[in-house]
Design a protein around this ligand. Structure first.
Ligand SMILES: *[C@@H]1O[C@H](CO)[C@@H](O)[C@H](O)[C@H]1NC(C)=O
Ligand SMILES: *[C@@H]1O[C@H](CO)[C@@H](O)[C@H](O)[C@H]1NC(C)=O
Ligand SMILES: *[C@@H]1O[C@H](CO)[C@@H](O)[C@H](O)[C@H]1NC(C)=O
Ligand SMILES: *[C@@H]1O[C@H](CO)[C@@H](O)[C@H](O)[C@H]1NC(C)=O
Length: 434
């Protein structure tokens, strides 16, 4: 298989429970998962009205958050749960909500959300920010009239603990896996697949570990990769997986997240790659942009950080214009919005991407309907917005999930026009490399 040496072929930087599909034919790139954005966090500001609102773990997907805390769906939107109903009924006043036990599980909403004495006020640090549980989860079925919304609701709560006998058959509505729309390119004739995996390895008893391994790809012909799917072995610990093209081998990078520091976990995750002999018209390349100098003070509502891929770098490295077709953002849990803009001669000529509701768990590539041309000498500005309300210490750049990043991925063609793969602001200079 043909993998470009200079091109970090970052197929998926978020391969947690996410598959992606790229078709390169006629330069159309199809992202089968595109369209997740709409349902997400439209009521994000509600999260600010309750303690730890952005900090509630998912009921059954490890390492995921329950974003729609008052909703039956973790993404938010759609039917409410008991907590959501109380939230509306009590006019979103935390002081009134706090002493209630909305889901009837024996713990008050305040206890579940880290404010056992109901002292929390908006923008304050809650008494506790760990061991947060969902105040809307308990068997609680039945019709409920919500005068404020002028509707009658069928309330369904999650039966907890979800694997107990008492809960058998009652969590039928709960999705413990993300469901993906079908990836149409996989129906194409002659699609082959191969699964590359880490050898089974013990995960060190520390929060964050990155490991690398070399994997072999088919070398009996010229192929194009058209889609990738995560192959998850230890869902509890896997954070993300990347595939890079290297000199002689291809390397698979796995990032493990082991916050409890268990010493008995192992993993052998990887990814299934789909490829074809039906070669597309162009090969695609990636340029990584962003900012490596990150310093987010604690307890701040909004902190903006930006980095520029410099004019000098693109003038030096681009030999001819390139066409941008797809973009990706990468921040961690404090990231709330991201934007990429293209500048020519100091004038903004295009907004490449703009996600005002960034969510780490639901991050997806962004497909441009109209491709944007980039010329040698153009600049790309990557802007990242964070919130550090619940942090008591500063946050710096780093690979762990409690550190932050501010990266953008720019996918372009034809690769022959740019060997550039990193154009990253370090705060001091622009890192400009193949
Ligand atoms: C991979 O290909 C094999 C046959 O070559 C097929 O049986 C299998 O279902 C494919 N795997 C996936 C995930 O599509
Ligand atoms: C790993 O260790 C944890 C904590 O000691 C324990 O709860 C868990 O059951 C262990 N898992 C396995 C697979 O041994
Ligand atoms: C890139 O896009 C421009 C304008 O959309 C188009 O004219 C040009 O043909 C494209 N380049 C290639 C190599 O297809
Ligand atoms: C930028 O401005 C300079 C001087 O005005 C001009 O020569 C150059 O062609 C411009 N570059 C682009 C990409 O338009």
């Amino acid at each position: 298989m043909h993998i470009f040496i200079q091109n970090l072929f970052t197929i998926l930087w978020f391969i947690r429970l996410v598959s992606s599909c790229y078709t390169f034919e006629t330069i159309k790139i199809c992202i089968c998962l595109f369209g997740y954005w709409q349902s997400v966090t439209s009521f994000r500001h509600y999260q600010d009205l309750i303690p730890n609102g952005q900090n509630v773990p998912h009921s059954c997907i490890e390492n995921f958050l329950w974003h729609g805390i008052g909703h039956q769906s973790f993404k938010g939107g759609g039917p409410l749960n008991r907590f959501g109903v109380d939230f509306i009924k009590l006019k979103k006043v935390w002081k009134k909500l706090c002493p209630l036990d909305s889901d009837g599980d024996g713990m008050t909403n305040g206890q579940e959300l880290g404010d056992p004495e109901c002292k929390w006020t908006r923008n304050q640090m809650p008494e506790r920010t760990v061991k947060i549980t969902n105040p809307g989860n308990k068997i609680n079925e039945g019709n409920e009239i919500i005068p404020q919304l002028k509707l009658t609701y069928l309330i369904i709560g999650i039966c907890d603990p979800i694997n107990s006998l008492a809960c058998k058959g009652r969590n039928y509505f709960l999705k413990c896996k993300e469901d993906h729309p079908p990836c149409s390119v996989l129906k194409e004739e002659g699609i082959k697949n191969t699964t590359v995996r880490m050898p089974r390895t013990s995960i060190p008893a520390q929060q964050t570990t990155y490991v690398h391994t070399f994997v072999e790809l088919p070398s009996d012909g010229d192929y194009h990769l058209v889609a990738a799917k995560p192959f998850l072995d230890n869902v509890r610990a896997i954070h993300h997986i990347e595939l890079f093209g290297c000199d002689e081998y291809n390397t698979d990078v796995v990032h493990w997240n082991n916050p409890e520091g268990y010493s008995n976990l192992t993993d052998s995750s990887g990814m299934t790659l789909f490829y074809t002999t039906k070669l597309r018209k162009h090969d695609i390349g990636t340029i990584m942009v962003g900012q490596m100098s990150i310093d987010i003070p604690p307890r701040s509502d909004r902190v903006a950080i930006s980095g520029t891929c410099s004019s000098k770098c693109t003038r030096d490295k681009l030999t001819s214009p390139i066409n941008i077709t797809l973009l990706g953002h990468h921040m961690h849990y404090q990231g709330i919005a991201a934007k990429m803009e293209l500048f020519r001669n100091k004038t903004k000529i295009a907004v490449l991407s703009n996600n005002e509701h960034y969510s780490y768990d639901l991050s997806r590539p962004i497909h441009l309907k109209t491709q944007i041309q980039m010329l040698p000498g153009d600049e790309i500005k990557m802007s990242c917005l964070y919130t550090s309300k619940y942090k008591t210490t500063p946050t710096h750049y780093g690979q762990g999930v409690t550190s932050e990043m501010c990266y953008g991925f720019v996918y372009f063609y034809p690769i022959e026009h740019s060997p550039l793969s990193r154009c990253i602001d370090t705060g001091i200079f622009c890192l400009c490399t193949y």
